[in-house]
Design a protein around this ligand. Structure first.
Ligand SMILES: Cc1cc2nc3c(=O)[nH]c(=O)nc-3n(C[C@H](O)[C@H](O)[C@H](O)COP(=O)(O)OP(=O)(O)OC[C@H]3O[C@@H](n4cnc5c(N)ncnc54)[C@H](O)[C@@H]3O)c2cc1C
Length: 363
């Protein structure tokens, strides 16, 4: 049997595509390596699934390749897609969640109409093309193929080599939106401590980005959403060129901080470490409270990252249709492409928007 389409990978982007091509009446099969589809969706947004963001801007992504897809699929269209599936959403400060605030709900609605078409526990190793027909693992045949295998961040797989026979190239995956390892001299003993602060990312003397939020100290570095956000701005091959400067009193200027510097503006264990650097003078303590500098040593473990940078080379795909420029009928979407976004619903938005875009264009 020759299908109209084979979908490889049933996560956020593959399932969005499956729902749309089902509506279009295409004869398709979807293949998933895990024993169940959409496992990663369940872990998103700490189990609440932040599925898009009403404040959508192209600069929240690493590449202008996303521009057309974002224009055609703004957040309202992703909300509409879910409402057509029967799922109500709600926005909390621009962050959009399912009304239940449960990622389970999102997965249930994504699977409702398409679960019969998915073969689970089936890992695709190779996709080739013979004349006009794609051949997957020497078993499945289809006129079109969609590559939606995501990345190996957290529980994902690295499957990019499967498309080598089609002539595509890729950039190696590196963790993004992940904790940072840093020098440890001044964070000794802080493992497990959290503090509200402003974090600044410097490359040499240049301020690259800043974020406010909770910083989580670990034995070997820092974690938490604000630290994750800063990794988005880094050149991943040169992370050792960066410093993180923590301001523990972002609501006060230096002179205000100085008045209270020795009195307990931060937790005791942090203060002890500040004083090791500041040598007990209020003036130096205040400066250190506002300029607690850590040298970046590396990115955290890919198995704990929210997303990856890297993936299939976007230049080899049409940014309007997401069809390959090298192999007619081959499409890619989601994190399998070299696209990554900031925290806040941007990565799932890209996954859904790109899966739907591919579906719109597959004949
Ligand atoms: C802990 C965590 C929290 C997150 N929270 C959020 C959030 O709240 N908001 C947000 O926007 N983003 C969030 N993300 C990121 C978001 O989950 C991903 O960007 C998104 O799931 C990517 O969609 P995708 O379809 O490209 O890949 P995935 O959803 O990873 O799906 C890829 C699928 O392909 C399958 N697959 C891989 N290789 C093969 C193969 N060879 N053969 C067959 N199947 C294969 C995989 O098993 C998987 O099911 C989070 C990520 C993590 C890890």
């Amino acid at each position: 049997m020759i299908y109209d389409l084979v979908i490889i990978g049933c996560g956020a982007s593959g399932l969005a595509c499956a729902n749309r091509v089902k509506e279009k009446g295409l004869n398709y099969i979807a293949l998933e390596a895990n024993e169940r589809a959409g496992k990663k969706i369940l872990a998103t947004g700490s189990g609440r699934c932040n599925l898009t963001n009403l404040d959508m801007r192209k600069e929240y992504y690493n590449t202008a390749f996303t521009d057309n897809v974002l224009r055609n699929y703004p957040p309202e269209k992703i909300i509409e897609f879910f409402e057509r599936l029967g799922m109500k959403t709600k926005a909390v400060n621009n962050l959009v969640y399912p009304y239940t605030e449960s990622a389970n709900t999102v997965l249930n609605f994504l699977l409702r109409n398409v679960k019969e078409d998915i073969r689970c526990s089936y890992a695709v190793k190779e996709i080739s093309k013979d004349k006009d027909i794609f051949i997957v693992n020497n078993e499945y045949k289809a006129r079109n193929a969609l590559f939606a295998t995501g990345s190996n961040a957290t529980m994902g797989y690295h499957s990019l080599a499967a498309v080598k026979a089609l002539g595509h190239t890729y950039k190696e995956f590196k963790p993004s939106l992940v904790s940072l390892t840093t020098d440890t001299e001044y964070i000794k003993g802080l493992n497990g401590i959290r503090a509200k602060a402003a974090l600044k990312l410097y490359k040499g003397q240049n301020l690259i980005a800043q974020e406010r939020g909770e910083v989580h100290f670990k034995d070997n570095g820092i974690s938490g959403i604000a630290a994750f956000m800063l990794t988005f701005y880094m050149e991943y091959d040169n992370v050792k060129d960066y410093d993180i400067v923590i301001d523990f009193t972002p609501d006060m200027d230096l002179s205000q901080t100085e008045k209270f510097a020795l009195e307990g503006l931060v937790r005791e264990r942090i203060m002890n470490n500040i004083l090791k650097q500041a040598k007990d003078t209020a003036q130096r303590a205040a400066y250190t409270l506002k300029n607690f500098r850590l040298k970046v040593k590396g990115l955290g473990d890919i198995k704990k990252a929210q997303v990856c940078s890297g993936g299939l080379n976007c230049r080899e795909f049409d940014p309007v249709t997401l069809q390959s420029k090298l192999t007619k009928g081959f499409y890619a979407c989601g994190e399998a492409l070299d696209v990554n976004g900031q925290c806040g619903g941007y990565n799932l938005h890209w996954a859904f928007a790109s899966g739907l875009t591919a579906a719109d264009n597959i004949k």
